[in-house]
Design a protein around this ligand. Structure first.
Ligand SMILES: Cc1ncc(COP(=O)(O)O)c(C=O)c1O
Length: 492
């Protein structure tokens, strides 16, 4: 199955973002039907709390259990093979089953299983920080490790505030982000997140969140200025009062809503605006770094220099949990003298086993030339997706590198979208299970308008593109037919 969600979940039972609750739209329907559900199923249902998942949906169907991975493929508890078209939630950039990464982790666990980065350092965190500084653009030379993406976003926001305070501007505390963007689920990161159904149940959030339009030009009026969304950031800064704004946080390509790419010159305009108003620019590259867009970092692809980069996921290809904030020299500078301190940290930030894992992962990306591989193959990948435009349900195809989405529409000419109920039927009741049962894991999502999203391991090539098409084409055709039947039934 695919995952429909208000989450980032690949596995199937996720909720719509338009509607608050989450429900499995996943693989579960089709895959595992009869007989004794077995101990794994019983224990999964009895004891495991699935993230962003309508767990009630699994009352009468199996939880999808993935037991093994190899290259671009994973296997479920029954040995059925799936093409992992989502890289296990945008993580497994180098593919599954890399023995050398596992061995690097084991070696480190034997040598020094854990030490913290609170006041101390250890060789893997030093080596990884050094390697990241070599790879990161411009003066992004200082690395603050976390355990994942939300912690990285929390840390970047706190660092932006601390930086301004250290320079005598403690009134600068607000964070500007974009509508529909997902920046994480902890309270600060959730404040940056622009998805109302994820935010509302946890109000009041951290004070200081401000949201601006995203770059979804598929739904803009044709005569709109192409840098309109960038200029909206300046308007927001003016409205809030520049002296209250700490930072703007943006993904190079926005995941939430379905791979919104920036307009030409968008980030250059944003950079100018930030500089004009003394606001920091945070590039949230939790997904868009480590080759996903064909460069080490997404900001390189679009030619801008952020003050801070947040990263996670592909930094270890998911073989261990790790995140990081990469700070430019001028951001670190106020904290390097006298009694100055960034009073913030996490026990496991920069865990030695995770850092050793990341170093081995980066070595694979470099040795196998995976950034160049993505650049060379994104054309054929995109062409395959574009070829699906002959299906009436395909409204838009967009994205960059190995991070692409197809927007599904009711009417291609008018761009009419599916309403909430239709989207529920389309994604959760039909498409997610259909894709999974045909052996493709990808994401179906209606946090914005309904989309199918693909983000395969960076080692994927023509064979995988053909396999993706061989599943997507019949599944999307059947989805279109299903929705026509459903509309005529509901009209009757
Ligand atoms: C852009 C972005 N930022 C932050 C996060 C949060 O990362 P995590 O789930 O590791 O906390 C995500 C997660 O998908 C993300 O896509």
């Amino acid at each position: 199955m695919a995952v429909s969600s208000d989450s980032q979940h690949p596995a199937g039972a996720t909720g719509s973002a338009r509607t608050a609750p989450a429900e499995p739209t996943g693989p579960a329907h089709a895959a595992l039907a009869d007989g004794d559900p077995g101990e794994l199923q019983r224990n999964a249902k009895r004891h495991l709390w699935l993230h962003f998942t309508r767990m009630g949906s699994y009352a009468h169907m199996p939880v999808p259990v993935i037991t093994r991975g190899d290259g671009c493929y994973v296997y479920d508890e029954h040995g059925k093979r799936y093409l992992d078209g989502l890289s296990a939630l945008y993580c497994v950039n180098v593919g599954h089953g890399r023995a050398e990464i596992a061995e690097a982790a084991a070696r480190q666990a034997r040598e020094l299983g854990f030490y913290t980065n609170w006041s101390y350092a250890h060789p893997p965190s030093i080596a990884l920080a050094t390697r990241i500084a070599q790879l990161a653009p411009a003066s992004l030379n200082r690395v603050f490790f976390t355990s994942g993406g939300s912690e990285a976003v929390e840390s970047a926001w706190k660092l932006a505030k601390a930086y301004h305070a250290a320079r005598g501007e403690s009134s600068r505390h607000k964070l500007i982000s974009r509508v529909l963007a997902y920046h994480g689920s902890s309270m600060g990161a959730l404040t940056a997140t622009g998805l109302t159904p994820l935010r509302t149940p946890f109000e009041p959030l951290t004070p200081g969140g401000v949201h601006v339009p995203n770059t979804n030009s598929y739904r803009w009026p044709e005569d709109r200025d192409h840098l309109w969304a960038a200029d909206a950031i300046e308007e927001a800064i003016a409205f809030e009062g520049a002296q209250t704004v700490a930072a703007v946080i943006l993904e190079p390509v926005q995941n939430g809503g379905g791979c919104f790419v920036p307009q030409d010159g968008y980030f250059q305009r944003v950079r100018e605006i930030c500089d004009r108003h003394g606001v920091l620019l945070i590039s949230d590259e939790v997904i868009c770094s480590w080759g996903r867009l064909g460069d080490w970092f997404g900001c390189e692809r679009y030619g801008y220099e952020p003050d801070l980069i947040t990263t996670a996921k592909g930094i270890t290809s998911g073989y261990a949990p790790l995140g990081a904030v990469i700070a430019a020299d001028h951001i670190a500078e106020p904290f390097l003298h006298g009694k100055a301190i960034f009073n913030h940290g996490f026990t496991f930030g920069g865990h030695p086993v995770a850092c050793a894992t990341a170093l081995a992962n980066i070595e694979v990306i470099e040795r196998e030339g995976l950034c160049a591989h993505v650049r060379a193959n994104e054309g054929p990948f995109r062409e395959m997706l574009e070829s699906l435009r002959d299906l009436p349900i395909v409204g838009d195809v967009r994205g960059a590198g190995y991070f692409q989405a197809i927007e599904l529409v009711k009417d291609r000419d008018t761009k009419e979208t599916f309403d909430e109920q239709e989207s529920e039927v389309l994604l959760r009741e039909f498409l997610s299970g259909e894709l999974y049962s045909r052996g493709l894991i990808c994401r179906t999502d209606d946090r914005g308008d309904p989309i199918v999203q693909l983000s395969p391991p960076l080692i994927a090539g023509q064979q995988q593109f053909e396999e993706i098409e061989s599943v997507l084409r019949p599944a999307l055709r059947a989805a279109g037919e299903q929705m026509e039947r459903w509309s005529s039934l509901s009209r009757a």
